[in-house]
Design a protein around this ligand. Structure first.
Ligand code: HEC
Ligand code: HEC
Length: 431
């Protein structure tokens, strides 16, 4: 089908459908400034991007010198977790202290800088934007959610686990790109006075961190730490991380053909039967569509019984957006993730995990869940996705409140149509 007829099919087909869970204006071209107001604050000049890349891949910026951002957001895996054995089970990555775990699956760090600063859309009655599954990196501090986000992992005890922000600044100073930091930000980190035992203070696993600084150095360290976040976000906003170079992009530009199956998958994806694009917006009028409307929804995804969070506390539930806002009406809602690179990994066999808790292990399972959540029986126990598929049932939702029943659960897709939607999603991998 040609793009023009697809575009009009889009306009006629989907705009007429009442949608409760997502942005009703989602299929209009992104002229609305609220959609992407933030990426521009990140200076994309080459040295800043290069500095961000150094920081992103630097394992020394962790308590035990063993973990970088890329350890959980690897480019070869679509900027998500690169360990198939972890993905296959709990899907939660250990921190720099290997016995410490968070409770969520790493989402893609690519295409994340496009998220707007979190805001409440009064027309739609929906929260929009922010980073993290629950949107709590709002972007209000540094003007971009991804920049706010980047300040978190270095000090998070279940991630890179450094005891203090001055450690990040110190490790940059003693690392091999402090000249680059100086060139980009005009701050010479060798001017700062660190205590003699700074390295031990930053690396040791027990004991209090008690380094002290002059008020001037304290202020300089605060500024340098924010600059680290901004440089990482500049890298994350760069064309290197967001190349828009998938088969889908080439097809849209008229450079490449889809197979019949991929084309069927695309039509279903944007059509009224599967409704995917109601939330994961595919907009042919936009040269850089992101496959998300940045809203939040509770799909009724079951608990992942293999997650360390549930293993250590079977009563644990992830309240998502509701937990970050202390609002019962938002409980269970998670961020609509981009689907760019959703199938990307080295080879075709290695397992990736899907959804906030990594419950699903294949895209086939995901699409079957959208199609049959409300059709199959409820499993008698906390089955894994493999067990549920074998027993032809789905476990109860992790959070029973606010489950979206308008746009998913009983789509009436045939097996062939399910497979076509998966084939389409595999065209979204950057090359
Ligand atoms: C131990 C694994 C781990 C490490 C190390 C880590 N992350 Fe993450 N990252 C996660 C998890 C898990 C989430 C989701 C957490 C949540 O939603 O509460 C996440 C979320 C994100 C997001 C949000 C994406 C979105 O669309 O909402 C970005 C961006 C990101 N990380 C970038 C980074 C950067 C930059 C670093 C290094 C400074 C880093 N991460 C280090 C595991 C990790
Ligand atoms: C009502 C909004 C909505 C609709 C409609 C929708 N999705 Fe989603 N999608 C979401 C949300 C929200 C999540 C994350 C949910 C969670 O983690 O609990 C998600 C997650 C996913 C994921 C996992 C991505 C990842 O990185 O873990 C895939 C794959 C996916 N959706 C594909 C589809 C397909 C295919 C369709 C159409 C059959 C579809 N979605 C329809 C909102 C929606």
């Amino acid at each position: 089908m040609r793009l023009t007829s697809l575009a009009s099919a889009l306009a006629i087909g989907l705009l007429a459908i009442p949608m409760t869970g997502c942005d009703e204006n989602a299929l209009e071209p992104n002229s609305d400034s609220a959609v992407r107001p933030t990426a521009s604050i990140l200076t994309a000049d080459a040295p800043n991007v290069e500095l961000g890349r150094e920081l992103y891949f630097d394992k020394s910026l962790s308590r035990n010198g063993n973990q970088s951002c890329a350890s959980c957001h690897d480019p070869k895996w679509g900027f998500t977790g690169p360990n198939p054995a972890v993905n296959d089970r709990g899907a939660v990555y250990a921190g720099s202290f290997r016995q410490r775990f968070g409770n969520r699956k790493p989402p893609s760090a690519a295409y994340a800088t496009f998220a707007p600063i979190r805001y409440y859309d009064y027309d739609e009655g929906l929260w929009i934007g922010g980073n993290f599954w629950d949107g709590r990196a709002t972007g209000e501090k540094l003007g971009n959610p991804a920049a706010d986000q980047a300040l978190g992992p270095f000090l998070n005890p279940v991630e890179q686990a450094l005891p203090d922000r001055s450690c990040v600044v110190y490790l940059v100073r003693v690392g091999n790109y402090s000249d680059l930091f100086h060139a980009v930000w005009g701050m010479d980190l060798t001017d700062l006075e660190f205590p003699k035992d700074m390295k031990q203070q930053c690396r040791r696993s027990t004991g209090d961190f008690d380094a002290e600084f002059s008020p001037e150095d304290e202020a300089a360290i605060d500024a340098a730490y924010d600059q680290v976040g901004l440089s990482i976000a500049a890298f994350e906003a760069s064309a290197e991380v967001n190349p828009f170079s998938s088969k889908y992009d080439a097809w849209k530009a008229g450079m490449e053909e889809f197979t019949d199956q991929e084309e069927l998958g695309f039509e279903l994806f944007i059509g009224e039967k599967a409704l995917c694009s109601a939330c994961h917006i595919a907009d042919l009028a936009d040269s850089q569509d992101l496959f998300t409307d940045f809203s939040f929804d509770n799909l009724g995804v079951p608990k992942n019984p293999e997650s360390p969070a549930y293993k250590s506390d079977p009563t644990f539930v992830d309240l998502g957006l509701g937990g970050s806002l202390f609002d019962l009406g938002e409980n269970g809602k998670q961020k609509v993730p981009t689907l760019r690179n959703v199938g990307k990994r080295p080879g075709t066999q290695a397992t990736k995990a899907y959804m906030h808790n990594g419950y699903f292990k294949t895209l086939e399972q995901v699409v079957n869940f959208y199609n049959t959540r409300d059709v199959k029986d409820v499993c008698p126990g906390p089955y894994t996705a493999d067990e549920a598929m074998a027993a032809d049932c789905w476990p109860a939702p992790e959070v029973a409140a606010n489950v979206n029943s308008d746009e998913l659960g009983d789509l009436g897709l045939t097996a062939e149509e399910e497979a076509a939607i998966v084939a389409f999603m595999l065209t979204l991998s950057d090359r």
